[in-house]
Design a protein around this ligand. Structure first.
Ligand SMILES: [Mg+2]
Length: 368
């Protein structure tokens, strides 16, 4: 069993209750009071679910995913603020934060709107004390420049950094050195391990284990028999804190847009007007950089805030707007056929597998 490369240090950064914190910023009179960011379905002013709540609201039991009317009744005796999620605003705050993070390491991966990993082995020369200093500096800069607090975890790999970050919430910093990994994991509940959800944890409990430490006593054979070859191996290694996956040094090899629909819908032609608009923006931007795409991905965010995506890779690179639109239409039709109960609330379009369009003129350009 190989261990992680010596000196490898990964930092996980996660904004605290991000959407609600963004709302605190522009509603300072509600500072310290409950703020609930909702996804309204639009049928009545209280239909919909909680996207994020700040800590004062959480103290009353409000949490992500519960119906808004329940949150309203939990907070009925407080001076609280309910707002509709404003993703354009959150994305703008996020891009400033990600810009700061990117400046600290070339090995940078953004995981979601408010979460990223940085491999800082190089910048701190494998020194955990320096890593801790750097983490403090990062937290300080984000706070100073955007007034947003975040939690930071530092560890020998993404798995441990992420778990360290989770245990630092909110507004904390937690460092797990390689020699502390075993003790750090020992008493953690099974679902603290990345990739272990409620159902998986139940199956593990049936095997007689309740903690990550106990999980590490199971053999590779047992885990693979129960969970399959790949997942079994993952749990075997993860229970020991081993995660060799590198942070890819990614160029920006995709271009994407998201937007919120005027109303929840399953009507493809209605969605296509939004898709066409995004496709036009994206192909224009690619053209200005002489780039072509090969993969088209449509993203559907449903009324429960779940993200679904469908992709298609083309055989040759493309620059054409009409191709992007046509492929998106096929992907959406297929998705909604397979998911008869899903309504789209937001839509996204991504063009990826980008490459230089080496001086060739797109064929379509000759016909315009
Ligand atoms: Mg967060």
């Amino acid at each position: 069993l190989s261990s992680d490369r010596p000196g490898r240090i990964v930092m996980a950064v996660d904004m605290d209750y991000f959407y609600a914190q963004c709302e605190e910023l522009r509603n300072p009179s509600f500072s310290g009071k409950p703020i609930v960011v909702g996804m309204y379905s639009g049928r009545t002013d209280i239909s919909g679910a909680v996207a994020t709540a700040n800590y004062p609201a959480r103290r009353y039991g409000v949490k992500s995913g519960i119906p808004l009317y329940r949150a309203k009744s939990m907070l009925k005796d407080t001076e609280s603020l309910f707002v509709k999620a404003d993703f354009d605003y959150y994305e703008e705050v996020s891009s400033r934060i990600m810009g700061i993070l990117r400046s600290y390491s070339k090995l940078f991966v953004q995981v979601s709107i408010d979460e990223a990993f940085l491999d800082i082995s190089g910048p701190v020369g494998g020194d955990y004390r320096k890593a801790e200093e750097l983490a403090k500096e990062v937290k300080g800069r984000i706070l100073k420049e955007t007034r947003i607090t975040c939690s930071v975890g530092v560890g020998p790999n993404k798995l441990i950094a992420k778990m360290a970050c989770d245990s630092a919430k909110p507004n904390g910093l937690f460092v797990v050195r390689p020699d502390q990994v075993e003790a750090f994991l020992k008493d953690k509940p099974l679902d603290a391990l990345y990739g272990v959800g409620g159902k998986t944890a139940e199956r593990m409990k049936e095997l007689g284990v309740k903690t990550v430490g106990e999980l590490s006593s199971l053999s590779l054979y047992t885990l693979q028999k129960e969970f399959g070859r790949k997942l079994g191996e993952y749990f075997y290694l993860a229970a020991r804190g081993i995660d060799e996956e590198p942070l890819e040094e990614k160029e920006r090899e995709q271009l994407g847009r998201m937007l919120t629909l005027k109303e929840d819908t399953r009507d493809i032609s209605q969605m296509m007007s939004s898709i066409s608009e995004m496709a036009r923006d994206l192909t224009k931007e690619l053209a200005s950089r002489s780039m072509a795409y090969r993969t088209v991905t449509v993203i559907v965010v449903d009324t429960e805030l779940l993200h679904h995506s469908r992709s298609k890779s083309l055989r040759t690179k493309e620059v054409d707007l009409e191709v992007a639109i046509q492929v998106s239409r096929e992907l959406l039709s297929e998705f909604f056929e397979q998911n008869p109960a899903v309504f789209a609330r937001r839509l996204g379009l991504t063009l990826s597998s980008l490459s230089k369009w080496e001086g060739q003129k797109p064929i379509s350009a000759y016909f315009k």
